[in-house]
Design a protein around this ligand. Sequence first.
Ligand code: ACO
Length: 335
Amino acid sequence: RGCKLVGCGSAVPGLQISNDDLSKIVDTNDEWISVRTGIRNRRVLSGKDSLTALATEAAKKALEMAEVDPDDVDLILMCTSTPEDLFGSAPQIQKALGCKNNPLAYDITAACSGFVLGLVSAACYIRGGGFKNVLVIGADALSRYVDWTDRGSCILFGDAAGAVLVQACDSEDDGLFSFDLHSDGEGQRHLRATIKENEADHVLGTNGSAVGFPPKNSSYSCIQMNGKEVFRFAVRVVPQSIEYALEKAGLTGSNIDWLLLHQANQRIIDAVSTRLEVPSERVLSNLANYGNTSAASIPLALDEAVRSGKVQAGHTIAAAGFGAGLTWGSAIVRW
Ligand code: ACO
């Protein structure tokens, strides 16, 4: 039993923030941001905009492309680190899609690696668990956790959602050739948004000792990032991971049609493609328009490339996610 990608979709918020707009709130400028990151614009949720609604829109488009009815979906994996419900956003997407047979729906938290992890999880459910149609959604709204006074990080992020439908097929048509997944909690200090350590409320326990309770209304701190370390981490592990996955699939950089990396920084994309000897015309990048959209960046770039006719049926794609955790991973897939 194999699995293949049969549909994709994406959605971005309406509000666009340019580098010039950012230069009005922090000490920065378009030239610095463009040269160091390749980013020119990003989309940001505003007012009552909902990430769950954005994710649902992306999922609907993927189902339409695949010509699959929401009632035939048997698993929804919502890859996000910014859910709108601490207990998970995926069941709300299941509800909004109107899947009547109550398919399992849950969140996967792995920041910018989330989508690749979701894709591999979908394949495992299909290959070993008898599932037929798995929706993998990558959606994040990091704008809600950005420190908008920190010019070193607020310039990077944007909000978006992307989705792919993974479907069961005969093993000879299998579209996931190989994968490679990792984490390193040691590196968490370089990129994190941890729970705020507020002063705990204290009450007396029955034996008279002070018992600390977690603070009411807990919240998370803004994203704290050591950009240089994250940069070094990415350009070290991503090529290794892709090379390993390619080798497992019996391929090399010259056999793939497209390199599709998590869209974090154009300099990271350039460094990795140079190392893998993949020419720039075979590298997908839409970072300039959307910035780093975390778990959404890979399906968003894939959807754009499929709909513009760049990525065509039968093309081989080497995809890699990397980010907070630290986590990273790659998957070699056929579109
Ligand atoms: N505008 C103008 N100047 C700036 C800005 C800015 N927005 N930000 C920093 N600077 C200044 C710094 O203060 C510093 O000035 P100094 O030399 O006087 O001290 C100078 O520019 C250089 O700063 P660096 O931080 O050394 O710049 P660097 O070249 O490392 O670029 C960047 C910073 C763009 C953040 C880079 O390190 C990067 O992209 N790293 C990867 C980050 C990333 O991808 N994070 C997300 C991972 S995915 C996820 O899971 C969320």
